[in-house]
Design a protein around this ligand. Structure first.
Ligand code: BTN
Length: 249
């Protein structure tokens, strides 16, 4: 990577669409057709098959929220460093939410919470080539003006601030913060990213109730390891869990 591409900010080109299946799916299709490059952004008012983590469905009323996918090409990140990409994007989402309300934090692995309710989620889909990331589809949903959710543990910026917010303003802020955090990644500021992620990690060093496939227990989050696994102190031992293996109650 030459010095120019290290210092150049991303040039975003936003495609505004009304109804799509999923912005992530569309971004992947456009990449395959060579119609998307680094900096391409797909924004939609509505998704008919919005996807969340672990095969969940992402709920969003038409025109109320940010639903977007950003194409990145972080070829400078190895597969062992993928967790820093996840952390950096979480920080950009948090930076954005904090412009509206200060009480936001990151819930492992990549949700943004306000007052114990989820306001934003991230679906990061990486394509690997050799031991590097070839491209990454950064799918972000931020609840902006929606006032009622099927999932009761969801909230929106409007519900938290009692103000209607211009959805495109939130998108523009998000892209600005992604540019900043992506710049940190390019400069390989792993320690800083890791430190800031942990500073805002919900439940760090606090007792929480966890649920695994086999049991419910009280433990303490000790951090997120270099592979992105959650480190939980249970009794005298620390166990590292993958996303599918544990949930915080
Ligand atoms: C999660 O928290 O489960 C992740 C949610 C990610 C939702 C966004 S909305 C835009 C993009 N397109 C999708 O289908 N999903 C992501």
């Amino acid at each position: 990577m030459d010095i120019n591409s290290l210092t150049q900010p991303l040039q975003f080109k936003i495609l505004y669409l009304d109804v799509v299946t999923s912005t992530n799916t569309l971004a992947r299709e456009r990449l395959q057709l060579a119609k998307a490059i680094e900096g391409s952004v797909i924004f939609a008012n509505e998704q008919t098959q919005g996807r969340g983590q672990l095969n969940s469905v992402w709920e969003s009323n038409s025109g109320k929220n940010v639903l977007c996918s950003i194409v990145l090409s972080p070829v400078f990140i190895t597969i062992d460093q993928q967790t820093y990409l996840n952390m950096a994007i979480c920080l950009a989402m948090l930076d954005t939410i904090k412009m509206y309300t200060p009480d936001a934090s990151i819930k492992w692995p990549n949700d943004i919470y306000i007052n114990k309710k989820k306001v934003a989620g991230l679906l990061l889909e990486n394509a690997i080539q050799g031991d590097h990331i070839k491209y990454s589809i950064v799918g972000i949903g931020i609840n902006v003006n929606q006032l009622d959710f099927v999932v009761k543990s969801a909230t929106s910026l409007c519900m938290e601030t009692q103000h209607n917010i211009v959805v495109d303003d939130v998108l523009q802020l998000l892209l600005k913060h992604i540019n900043h955090r992506y710049g940190m990644l390019k400069l390989k500021q792993w320690d800083m990213i890791n430190k800031e992620y942990h500073q805002h990690l919900l439940g760090l060093n606090e007792e929480c109730t966890f649920k695994t496939e086999t049991e419910e227990f009280v433990g303490v989050i000790k951090g997120v390891d270099v592979h992105g696994l959650l480190m939980v102190k249970k009794g005298d031992s620390i166990i590292n869990y993958r996303v599918k293996e544990i949930s915080m109650l």
